[in-house]
Design a binder for this molecule. Structure first.
Ligand SMILES: *Cc1c(COP(=O)(O)O)cnc(C)c1O
Length: 238
């Protein structure tokens, strides 16, 4: 734990430094960008360590693994972070996901949005959600850019859900600059949806950029970057 905490502190400081420099390069305020730790395959101790080092957002890919992490996390660490679901949202796990996590960032169809709204009503809950956008590249999850606007308008009308942002998971390129046009399109879409959002102040997350390309994402307007390997090292399994 002591070793992990030291490594985590070092890596968190390094990544936050690079985020800050990328923000300044593009005339942005470093404090407008938040760091999310993507924690698939990581231990509760590793999560504890990055939260201790100041990471306030945790991203979970699987409902069950997230529940295990939550059960093992100390109350002190839990109170210092928001836990977002960033994996594939399966309809048969929608209720568990809604109950376990602070935000569901991978809503990518009208069906799953309606289902989450119904469950939120049954559970007397109000939940932040984000739309996962597929930017036209070969990737599994996400809704197309045009459909994303319509999905946003649907979510505005659904009780129990608050649309808090957009998430993109573009493919990883050897040269992260190749992803720049995708990030730029996402930023434009974010502004378009924000312009018709009935509660603009709650629409704050443009979640894009991972270990390989988060600096480019920040230069193009990301407000949340999701980083795994640059914080924890190579994943053991997927
Ligand atoms: C794993 C994962 C990340 C982080 O990827 P790294 O390349 O390890 O930084 C970000 N977002 C999602 C949705 C992920 O599944």
């Amino acid at each position: 734990m002591v070793g992990e905490a030291l490594v985590a502190e070092h890596n968190v400081r390094e990544v936050l430094g690079r985020i800050g420099e990328a923000a300044l390069r593009s005339g942005r305020n470093p404090s407008d960008v938040s760091l999310m730790a993507a924690v698939k395959t990581r231990s509760a101790e590793e999560i504890e360590a990055v939260v201790g080092a100041g990471v306030a957002f945790i991203g979970e890919n699987r409902v069950q693994e997230g529940e295990e992490h939550l059960a093992a996390l100390s109350a002190a660490a839990r109170s210092k972070c928001k836990i977002h679901f960033i994996g594939r949202l399966q309809s048969n796990k929608a209720r568990k996901a809604l109950l376990a996590f602070d935000s569901l960032d991978s809503v990518d169809s009208p069906d799953i949005a309606r289902r989450l709204s119904r469950i939120a009503g049954e559970e007397n809950a109000k939940k932040n959600v984000m739309i996962e956008v597929n930017c036209g590249e070969a990737q599994k999850g996400g809704i197309g850019t045009d459909e994303a606007k319509a999905l946003g308008e649907l979510i505005f009308t659904l009780p129990g859900l608050v649309l808090a942002g957009l998430m993109a998971v573009p493919p990883i390129e050897a040269d992260p600059n190749e992803t720049r046009p995708v990030f730029r399109r996402m930023k434009r879409l974010f502004e378009e949806i924000r312009s018709c959002h009935p509660a603009k102040e709650s629409f704050v997350f443009l979640s894009m950029g991972m270990s390989n390309d988060y600096e480019v994402a920040v230069e193009e307007g990301a407000t949340l970057v999701r980083v795994g390997t640059a914080l924890f090292g190579q994943r053991r399994t997927i």
